[in-house]
Design a protein around this ligand. Structure first.
Ligand code: AMP
Length: 285
């Protein structure tokens, strides 16, 4: 596997593959890789001819400096995991390679960023859109792979690619979970064993809400019940619990059989902010 630290070197290398009509797949990450990230790498290896992963903890998307400081960094281990997975190249830039001057551009996504992560992490999606735009310009992949774990990010990036006309297909892959259901996350590394058990309640609440909605409970009631459930778990501080329309992530109205519903939550456990979601197809009338 090739390791690139400079964007120009990566760009030139990929150009050679492009000239040979090789399709390029791209998996952007912030490192501390786990099986969730590796599932994206595997999908890219399956669907494209040349897979590039990037590892960059993007300061522009952290609205909380403490969160940025504590974000786990383990580049050697990440490189070994990518190599073993069969990834072809990794891009590991320093911050000034990506931001030679402080960026001034801001992105705004209207209603899509007024809810959930966008509401609770002001500026977060502007930072995400900025880094993904920069990386798409460098890599110019045919396909880019993202995890449903960050569902609102997926919707934001679909909009970004559509609005700016990037020639990249966005592929969204299912959330990889531990055997007990806990969504894999780099942030789980910061949890104690007890914290991990506490975090599992997020998945329990999501599942209970999904069952409630399918059983005909009004979404507004189901989401209030789920929030109350989480509020009663010791050492867990829920931030939000929403049941929304799956595509727009806006309030659910007139839900019909077969409609996609997103159930999304965020909570703090031991000071670590965790998110999770389920996408379900409504089975009612
Ligand atoms: P991150 O390193 O957290 O920025 O994540 C990089 C990519 O991996 C994003 O597209 C995430 O949605 C995805 N990802 C993170 N956790 C998981 C997971 N448990 N399952 C699938 N994809 C994931």
């Amino acid at each position: 596997m090739l390791v690139f630290r400079k964007k120009e070197a990566l760009r030139q290398h990929l150009q050679e593959h492009r000239l040979q009509n090789t399709t390029i797949g791209f998996v952007p990450t912030m490192g501390a890789l786990h099986q969730g990230h590796l599932s994206l790498i595997r999908k890219s290896l399956e669907l494209t001819g040349y897979t590039v992963c990037s590892i960059f903890v993007n300061p522009a998307q952290f609205n909380n400096p403490e969160d940025l400081k504590k974000y786990p960094r383990m580049p050697e281990q990440d490189i070994a995991l990518l190599e073993a997975a069969g990834c072809h190249a990794v891009f590991l830039p320093e911050a000034d390679e990506i931001y030679p001057t402080p960026p001034l551009v801001q992105f705004s996504f209207g209603p899509l960023e007024k809810v959930m992560e966008g509401y609770y992490r002001p500026g977060h999606f502007s930072g995400v859109a900025l880094i993904v735009s920069k990386l798409l310009h460098i890599v110019q992949p045919h396909m880019a792979f993202f995890g449903q774990k960050d569902l609102q990010q997926c919707r934001i990036l679909e909009q970004l690619v559509k609005d700016l006309g990037f020639n990249t297909e966005i592929q969204i892959e299912p959330t990889v979970r531990e055997a007990d259901g806990l969504a894999l996350s780099s942030r789980n590394l910061r949890l104690s064993r007890e914290g991990r058990q506490t975090a599992l309640h997020l998945y329990v609440a999501l599942q209970q809400a999904a069952e409630a909605v399918q059983a005909g409970i009004v979404p507004d009631v189901a989401q209030k019940n789920a929030l109350a459930y989480l509020q009663n778990i010791p050492n867990l501080e829920p931030e939000y619990f929403y049941i929304t329309e799956g595509g727009t992530l806006q309030e659910l109205r007139n839900v019909q059989k077969g409609d996609q519903i997103a159930i999304c939550t965020a909570a703090y456990v031991e000071g670590v902010r965790l998110i999770d979601n389920l996408l379900i197809s409504y089975q009612g009338n």
